[in-house]
Design a protein around this ligand. Structure first.
Ligand SMILES: *Cc1c(COP(=O)(O)O)cnc(C)c1O
Length: 457
């Protein structure tokens, strides 16, 4: 029997709790440190930025956290999301592998980001907060938070990385439709932005700089909080609805994955898909290989250093032990705006260090080629970010063609590329170039950034 093309869960099977991978980790990850004292941060240190419900989720050791009814009500606008069997892509590759993709492009923002934007806005509204500030790269996170704030009556102010602000006017328009105010970053509105512009008036910005600006605005006003779209434990936990649904959907067709591939910017869509499967693996019920795919131009896992570093450029956040390219790293303005962060989620970094997951890097031209093949076969134009995962899935499917193995490959198609068509246009007209890093050069620049940090142990 061949599997159906779309594997759909009924609305009443929407997961009602998030999975907290911290509960099941074979070894605990290193603590987040206060840069002033070098001691682990406590809830009070984070209170100027986040509501207590989210702070407690950040450090929770509970295996599951219930999803509030008010959040489930909003999730139902697009969840459960479909799982697809990529019959047409498989045929084009002439592979015996079976490829499945979990499609998050059906959300209001067109990506997985609303899975965490909605609960973050909800808990802030519940705590009486008036406004959320944030950064955005490609504009996906800003769009998701703008939508979520509109759901709960919050104001939303977004600092968008200059390179994306200029490349993606329609993302900016979409954020405004949802009611947000949008600034290009670096901006003249913050001390962090003014300092960067004084040194480099033509700065194309980075997520690290935009985070500094959004955090600076939030700490000055107790009615304003900050929201982060990736990296933190609670964000990855909110995204586990993806993997919980995918587990049920694969079970409906009697499959278990041999390989799970996802793209990693800060690690949230990848963690959201993979964590529930890692739980099954640790319990001895499944044995997937789990592989992260990052851009060669911003290779935090494959070429970065595992060390304590700031989450932002100005050094306003706590210190996190993570794979980092240095907090002042400014990547080339590659088109995958969502994969341009200098660091990697501490949870994903820890799983990589402990050998629970693998990582590879891909040049963007190969990724766009995979995206175009996927569009022509499956009919969905993927966002540039998940084309990295698609390129890796295609690699594996081609290896299966040679070996004859019928592997089951599961990938996160975490967003559509309807507002990224300028990037596809550039690719199709031959204007895309690749940028790999010389290892020694990159290590030296990371070492310089880390030398300027406060001493920690
Ligand atoms: C934000 C984003 C990413 C990167 O963020 P992760 O936290 O690594 O998931 C990848 N793809 C899309 C479509 C995004 O919007």
């Amino acid at each position: 029997m061949t599997t159906p093309t779309k594997i759909l869960l009924p609305e009443d099977e929407l997961p009602t709790r998030w999975y907290n991978v911290l509960h099941d980790l074979p070894t605990p990850p290193p603590p987040v440190l206060h840069p002033g004292t070098g001691q682990p941060v406590g809830p009070d240190d984070l209170a100027p930025l986040f509501p207590m419900d989210l702070i407690l989720q950040e450090v929770s050791q509970d295996q599951y956290v219930d999803i509030p009814g008010e959040v489930l009500d909003v999730y139902r606008l697009w969840r459960p999301s479909p799982l697809y069997r990529a019959h047409r892509l498989e045929k084009a590759l002439d592979t015996p592998a079976r490829i499945y993709y979990k499609y998050e492009g059906v959300s209001p923002a067109g990506s997985h980001k609303p899975n965490t934007a909605v609960p973050q806005a909800y808990y802030n509204a519940k705590a009486g907060i008036r406004k959320l500030t944030t950064e955005t790269g490609a504009g996906q996170w800003g769009t998701a938070l703008a939508f979520a704030c509109a759901q709960y009556g919050l104001e939303c102010e977004v600092w968008q990385v200059r390179a994306s602000y200029d490349q993606k006017p329609y993302r900016r328009a979409m954020m405004k439709v949802f009611g947000a105010t949008v600034h290009a970053s670096p901006s003249e509105l913050t001390e962090a932005g003014r300092k960067i512009l004084a040194e480099n008036p033509g700065s194309t910005g980075s997520l690290g700089i935009a985070i500094s600006e959004a955090v600076e605005m939030a700490v000055q006003d107790e009615t304003v909080h900050y929201a982060l779209g990736s990296v933190l434990n609670h964000v990855l936990m909110h995204q586990t609805v993806i993997g919980e649904e995918a587990l049920m959907q694969l079970a409906m067709v009697g499959e278990t994955p041999d390989l799970i591939v996802g793209c990693t910017g800060g690690g949230s869509n990848f963690g959201g898909l993979a964590f529930p499967f890692l739980r099954e693996k640790w319990a001895g019920r499944q044995s997937p290989v789990v592989r992260a795919v990052e851009p060669e131009a911003c290779p935090s896992l494959t070429q970065g250093t595992y060390a304590y570093d700031f989450g932002d450029t100005a050094g306003m956040t706590p210190l996190m032990k993570m794979h980092t390219l240095g907090h002042d790293f400014v990547p080339d303005p590659i088109h995958s705006g969502g994969l341009r962060y200098h660091g990697m989620s501490p949870l994903i970094s820890h799983l990589y260090e402990t050998g629970e997951i693998e990582a590879i890097a891909k040049p963007q031209s190969e990724c766009f080629a995979a995206g175009v093949l996927f569009a022509r076969t499956e009919g969905i134009v993927p966002a540039p970010e998940p084309t990295h995962a698609l390129a890796a899935a295609i690699d594996e499917a081609q290896r299966c063609k040679e070996s004859g193995e019928e592997k089951v490959i599961l990938t996160a198609l975490c967003g559509h590329g309807h507002l990224d068509l300028a990037a596809y246009d550039a690719y199709l007209s031959g204007a895309i170039t690749d940028r790999a890093w010389d290892d020694a050069e990159l290590q030296a620049s990371v070492a310089r950034a880390l030398e300027r940090l406060p001493a920690v142990h």
